[in-house]
Write a protein that binds this ligand. Sequence first.
Ligand code: SF4
Length: 436
Amino acid sequence: MNQSHELTTELNNKRVSLHTLGCRLNFSETGSIADGFVKRGYSVVDFGEPAEVTFINTCTVTDGADSTCRNLIRKAHRASPEGRIVVAGCYAQMDAERISKMVGVDLVLGTSEKYKVFDYLNEDEVDTIHIDKSTSFYEAATTQAEGHTRAFLKIQDGCNYVCSFCIIPQARGRSKAISIEQAVLNAKKVVDQGFKEVILTGVNIGEYEVNSGERLTDLVKELVAIDGLERLRLSSVEPNTITDELLDVFSSSSKFLEHFHIPLQSGDDEILRQMRRRYTVEEYRNIINKVITRFPNSGIGADIICGFPGEDQAQFENTYNLLKELPITHFHVFPYSSRVNTTAARMPDHIQHGVKKERVHALRTLGEAKLNLFAEDQVGSSNEVLFERKNDLGFWEGYTRNYIRVLVESDSDLKNQIRPVFLKDHDGTLRGEILN
Ligand code: SF4
């Protein structure tokens, strides 16, 4: 009997519930960990259902993410008072002591240790906290155990930048990356499982070349050559890492989708300098213009932080006006959240909660209007849609190549199907019909 079979027999008939907070990278990592549970004989149940093990993969980008995690721990304990709760990832790494004292928590595993969850569960581990950081790269990809339609493939982790507001380099450590050979093998595995779309994820994927010694352009060329992989997207990519050569490679394959996520954070040069971002407003504008020239129908997302310490009204308006001017379609707006041991936390002139809230509201309102206009502009054209699910009203939902949600009526089973769709109407939601 081999070791994996022994594990399966030993742990059979157990249930695991998993919950992921935060970024796509976390989702890819939970996907691989969920797969590990399934291989060991666990069945995956919805979060909040009774389970022998609850695994929470946490985020600590904001204090809101931290408190959500603590609420989830309470919920998991109510659902399974006798179950074992494992709290893992970025928030676990940064606030292990506090989490370990919460009722029901058995294991607190940091950003590297979370991959050893099976060892710790098997060993009846006596110590609760394990947060040693490793320089190794841990592979991850979404799997069917998580039930997604789009696969998140991890190609990079950690970050060597020092943005003054950001806690992620402390939580995830220095940048590291996967080899092209291994990334291609992992992509083939998710394609073999039936995934048609792969999203490359990491903390700072534009740094891939610096860390792996291999070129991101070569990785993308190899990935688009995989039979069965029909769509490829990048998750968030820092503006200063988008090169002409990278855009050339994207342009050379129709598998690469017209959807980019390029964090801005602020549209004011002084605030960008205080944030220690690696570009100016003018450089950001040039990058967006290059992208839109190459891919005119692109959906472009941007992260924006409102109320960074010292941000005055005129500086906020610089951000507002820049976002109004540029063809950014998907806004991800967050109030500044002070994180311990970051440079920005020690800066003077923190902005009042009410002011941050107003600025967030103004930008989100602008973002909704711009996304609606973008969707309306698509009416009368056609686009390829990857369908994900049938909603409660009986409409099939999916996303276009440029990342707009579309609803269609159909009696066919469209789950995980890519179909050409005529975009016929927009009433707050884009509606279409399948083209034969
Ligand atoms: S690039 Fe900046 S914001 Fe992004 S993870 Fe690195 S330090 Fe944080």
